[in-house]
Design a protein around this ligand. Structure first.
Ligand code: P6P
Length: 339
């Protein structure tokens, strides 16, 4: 019987994951470990933000048309700097950069990374949890040399790794390489992420639904009827409660641990053709891989599986319904008009 190990670091787990993939070259291990370093650097900066006069806006706006926070810039630069020289990445995409991002000449590798460096950053100034989200694919273009946009525009079901780092009451890294989901909490006194949430499974009976009710008047009928239903029933745990932080990583992490469903659907205000607010490549797809690996589901508000969607644009938006399988199954029934 395997003795339950204590004090497993994220780097140890990443190396153990590599052993699950015969023929693995160690490249993905190296990439993930460099991402861990970026997470530690960003965590230190986020936790000092109030003191280091790096709160507030940078005065720039990004492709999303959003005011870029100073910490956004810091997080974006930190990840790009680590990834461009790690030797395992051939091309990158960031929520903060309009176009694809090359790596240093001579340091091209066999993977791609798409990331949101600091999602929810408008919450920074009010000390609400924020997070880094990342998605990793194997390159399609012939090595060696720089990758291209085609290497990034792959469906979420092809991801080799995905995860997030949430900077909250503690800094927690949650990731999967396709063999389950593990969570690691940073001990800042030693600068290590230690295994704190082994083998995460999203509870099926859930406690929370998470949606911005301010848009209720603009929801399509199926969305409205589903939310109204949640208010009149329980998630198997007594009544649902509404929890909406307005920071995707924080809302998702709570539901992953406690059980729940998060929705960011399309609405009439932005018309049927709009695809909601959240981004496919570096928000919905990586969280969908985590959700499914943890026994949950992730679909669009017209019932498509997030991980099956073939992206056509880097910053493509997608409606997102994600969380406990039982809740997403129920939502799907309303979306199909079966309830
Ligand atoms: P709304 C933060 O700006 C973000 O991109 C996600 O983190 C969050 O889930 C969503 O937007 C909140 O959007 O329209 O409810 O303010």
């Amino acid at each position: 019987m395997l003795v339950k190990r204590k004090g497993i670091t994220v780097s140890r787990q990443i190396m153990d994951d590599q052993l699950l993939h015969p023929g693995a070259t160690g490249e993905l291990t190296g990439l993930l470990n460099d991402l861990v370093v970026a997470g530690k650097i960003i965590s230190a900066e986020v936790n000092m933000a109030g003191l280091a006069d790096i709160l507030g806006q940078s005065g720039r706006t990004n492709i999303q048309g959003e005011n870029v926070q100073k910490l956004d810039v810091f997080a974006n630069q930190t990840i790009k700097r680590r990834m461009e020289q790690c030797g395992h990445v051939c091309v990158m995409a960031s929520e903060e950069d309009d176009d694809i991002i090359p790596v240093l000449e001579g340091y091209e590798g066999n993977y791609t990374i798409a990331f949101d460096p600091l999602d929810g950053s408008t919450n920074i100034d009010v000390n609400v949890s924020i997070g880094t989200i990342f998605s990793i694919h194997r390159r399609l273009s012939p090595a060696p040399g720089q990758g291209n946009v085609g290497d990034l525009l792959q469906k979420g079901g092809k991801q080799v790794a995905a995860g997030y780092i949430i900077y909250g009451s503690s800094t927690v890294m949650v990731y999967t390489t396709g063999s389950g989901v593990h969570g690691f909490t940073l001990d800042p006194s030693v600068g290590e992420f230690f295994l704190s949430h082994p083998g995460i499974k999203i509870p099926d009976a859930s406690l929370y639904y998470s949606v911005n009710e301010a848009y209720a008047n603009h929801w399509f009928d199926s969305t409205r009827r589903f939310i109204d239903h949640l208010k009149t029933t329980d998630g198997g745990n007594g009544a649902y409660s509404l929890r909406y932080i307005g920071s995707l990583v924080a809302d998702f992490h709570r539901n992953l641990i406690k059980g729940g469903i998060f929705l960011y659907p399309r609405d009439k205000k932005s018309g049927e053709k709009s695809e909601g607010k959240l981004r496919l490549l570096y928000e919905a797809a990586p969280l969908a891989m985590i959700a499914e690996q943890a026994g949950g589901r992730a679909i669009t508000d017209d019932g498509r599986r997030i991980l099956d969607i073939e992206p056509t644009k880097l910053h493509q938006r997608v409606p997102l319904i994600i969380g406990s399988k039982r809740d997403v199954d129920l939502a799907e029934k309303f979306l199909r008009g079966e309830m």
